[in-house]
Write a protein that binds this ligand. Structure first.
Ligand SMILES: Nc1ncnc2c1ncn2[C@@H]1O[C@H](COP(=O)(O)OP(=O)(O)OP(=O)(O)O)[C@@H](O)[C@H]1O
Ligand SMILES: [Mg+2]
Length: 285
């Protein structure tokens, strides 16, 4: 029998998942986790796109791009996707911005111009919170990638709101000392605000990543428990990452932990691979 619906619905359109690494606090490992996690997904066979949403451009430089390079980046693509900003359009296409890195991972880079985003879009009538989401939809990026990893900035402004409106899930790296929980609570408040505005679905809490955990410090375990209590029941608490020289060494060489075959990197590789499984499971729930 002729079935109208199966005729018109394309069978296997990829529905890639967008995962953002977020914390208002700086230096907690957002970029480190985003970079290594992207490589872990790639190791698992996923096609990965990385999106640098931090004007500092650290994510881009880990992939070998320099901040001062003249290039089209995420900022121009977002500007080009807003009709009201026509005067600022430069005709750049996705392919002008997309970098195919030596790691076999694609990247939409950022740079200093991204810090002007909030001002650039201040006067428009279109929903300013949804510019990143619309841009990603316009270029059908979900159908081109299995996983899209967004590295967030250590701020709370419009860039962060755009990321949270676009993402399917959020991972929260944090340093488990009693001074750093506020950054987490603040960003979770933004998620709640977005939920109350009812402009779009809020991203799922995929879990918390304790980083730079100092297990020799007496208070460390107690602090972690305290933070866990404040964060509430929602969200997986991942196994902590210790302060590891392997991170310093690999990042200085602009390499992920998967680049190294020596045994000292094996534990970290396993930890990131395990994280990809949990993330996939959480996103399917
Ligand atoms: N587990 C770790 N062991 C050792 N060094 C680490 C670890 N995690 C992160 N670092 C180092 O700490 C520094 C800060 O990490 P990173 O840049 O990933 O933080 P961030 O949250 O992205 O910071 P920002 O908010 O400024 O973007 C980097 O130099 C990184 O190499
Ligand atoms: Mg960073």
């Amino acid at each position: 029998m002729f079935n109208f619906f199966t005729q018109t619905t394309p069978k296997e359109i990829k529905q890639g998942k967008m995962i953002a690494l977020m914390n208002q606090k700086g230096g907690v490992g957002k970029t480190t986790m985003a970079y290594n996690l992207a490589h872990a997904f790639k190791e698992k066979g996923d096609k990965v796109l990385c999106v640098d949403m931090d004007p500092q451009g650290n994510f881009s430089s880990l992939f070998g791009l320099e901040l001062n390079d003249e290039r089209v980046g995420i900022h121009q693509l977002m500007v080009n996707s807003v009709k009201e900003l026509k005067a600022l359009h430069n005709g750049s296409q996705l392919s002008d911005a997309l970098v195919q890195t030596k790691d076999g991972i694609d990247l939409l880079p950022s740079g200093q111009e991204l810090s002007g985003f909030e001002l650039t879009v201040a006067g428009i009538n279109a929903p300013r919170q949804l510019i990143l989401k619309k841009m990603l939809e316009k270029w059908e990026l979900r159908s081109k990638y299995d996983v899209i990893i967004i590295d967030g900035p250590p701020t709370l402004g419009l860039l962060v709101v755009n990321i949270l409106c676009a993402a399917d899930g959020v991972l929260y790296p944090f340093v488990p000392d009693r001074f750093s929980e506020q950054g987490l609570l603040n960003i979770k408040q933004v998620v709640e605000d977005i939920s109350e505005m009812e402009i779009t679905n809020v991203p799922k809490n995929l879990g918390y990543i304790p980083n730079l955990f100092d297990q020799r410090r007496k208070q460390a375990h107690a602090d972690l428990e305290q933070i866990q209590l404040k964060l509430g029941a929602e969200g997986v608490m991942f196994e902590p990452f210790f302060n590891k020289v392997q991170f310093g060494k690999s990042l200085a060489q602009r390499k992920s932990v998967f680049h190294y075959k020596t045994s000292e990197f094996k534990g970290l590789q396993d930890q990131f691979l395990k994280m990809t499984d949990v993330v996939h499971q959480e996103l399917q729930k």
